[in-house]
Design a protein around this ligand. Structure first.
Ligand code: SAH
Length: 353
């Protein structure tokens, strides 16, 4: 039994079942035994890999996309450049390198990284020391200024709740004990104000997910962009309008059972981009497949330029990385991008309204 499994089992035995959000929050962020605080989960030796770890082109293009937003909005002389959940800091390092080509931009930027894991903060410090980053625990702690923000595979790590339709109410899926073993159960059905709008498009037994922390963060980002300008690029797997159980555990690049090894597997859920867009009081773009977004930003030209300096195995892996990021059968259509921007300003390049 993992140490966290023991803690959770004892606690549920005393206090009763906990919501899935509470379970996910403890598995991912328990200060001593949580998944993120105890490891660097990225890369070949870890449990999963992400777009910026696959190729430098990803961070470069997202950086240039934000740079164009900055130009379009009259080059604010001081702004917050922020990343949520920067992992190893790779994306931001690539973005900053590309953004240096735009005169005056990096000088106007104050870099803020929203990251809770001390372990990953250290990784980020190692890659971004030249840019003097400031770390924050939450979006609310960012200084009030125009906000240009990137979040790649951040919202999928936030705790969700799951509800099963039962008549005109909802039974919540909770984590309890059956014969002393962690197992899923359902509460008695009750009305849920937050799900009133889902009574129209669901049937008895359908499961819907909510992510209150994600909506709160989107609301805070949107408020700042509406009030002071800026833009946000949110990249993740998910869809518009969630339906069905998308909770997933990954360990050593393999699917695992979500209740089997708490604290030792990554737990994620698909992002309901509609809920984020509705929560943000600023303009938003259409949800756009990652492959389409990167093609519109010119990834093929960038890939050709980089290929000229490569040969042999390095060239093969570069070509494979380009395909992996953009091909619909790989990350190109499972991952999607949503942009936030101020009403009346041009949308971020590569995204349509
Ligand atoms: N964006 C990176 C890493 C994705 S992994 C990449 O694309 O490679 C998820 C990241 O979000 C990790 O850095 C993790 O520590 C961070 N994270 C997860 N939940 C968080 C929370 N509630 N607040 C701040 N950071 C969080």
């Amino acid at each position: 039994m993992t140490p966290l499994k023991e803690i959770l089992t004892r606690r549920i035995a005393v206090e009763g079942p906990m919501s899935l959000a509470e379970y996910m929050g403890l598995c991912l962020m328990h200060p001593q035994y949580g998944y993120y605080p105890t490891r660097d989960p990225l890369g070949a030796a870890g449990d999963f890999t992400t777009a910026p770890e696959i190729s430098q082109m990803f961070g470069e293009l997202l950086g240039l996309c934000l740079a164009q937003c900055w130009l379009d909005q009259g080059r604010p002389s001081r702004f917050v450049l922020a990343e949520l959940g920067p992992g190893r800091g790779t994306l931001m390092a690539d973005a900053l390198r590309a953004m240096r080509a735009v005169p005056g931009l990096v000088e106007a930027a104050e870099l803020h990284l929203v990251e809770t894991s001390p372990r990953l903060r250290a990784e980020q410090a190692a890659r971004l020391s030249g840019a003097a980053p400031v770390w924050q625990d939450s979006v609310a702690a960012l200084p009030e200024a125009p906000l240009f923000l990137i979040a790649n595979e951040f919202f999928d790590a936030l705790p969700i709740r799951q509800f099963v339709r039962a008549g005109q109410g909802w039974a919540e899926r909770v984590v309890g004990l059956r014969d002393g073993v962690l197992s899923f159960g359902l509460t008695e059905p009750a009305a849920q104000a937050a799900l009133a709008h889902r009574l129209a498009d669901t049937q008895e037994g359908d499961l819907v997910e909510t992510c209150a922390p994600g909506q709160g963060i989107a609301a805070e980002i949107g408020r700042r962009i509406a009030a002071r300008g800026g833009a946000a690029l949110i990249v993740d797997y998910g869809d518009w309008h969630s339906l069905g159980d998308t909770l997933q555990a990954l360990r050593a690049h393999e699917r695992a059972a979500p209740l089997e090894t708490p604290g030792e597997a990554d737990l994620t859920a698909h992002v309901d981009f509609e809920a984020l867009a509705l929560a943000a009081p600023c303009a938003h773009t259409k949800l756009t497949p990652q492959g389409v977004f990167l093609e519109r930003l010119g990834i093929t030209d960038r890939a050709r330029a980089l290929a000229r300096g490569l040969s042999g195995a390095a060239l093969d892996s570069h070509v494979a990385a380009h395909r992996r990021l953009t091909h619909p059968g790989e990350m190109g259509s499972v991952f999607k991008t949503l942009g936030f921007f101020p009403e009346g300003a041009p949308p971020p390049p590569g995204l349509l309204t």
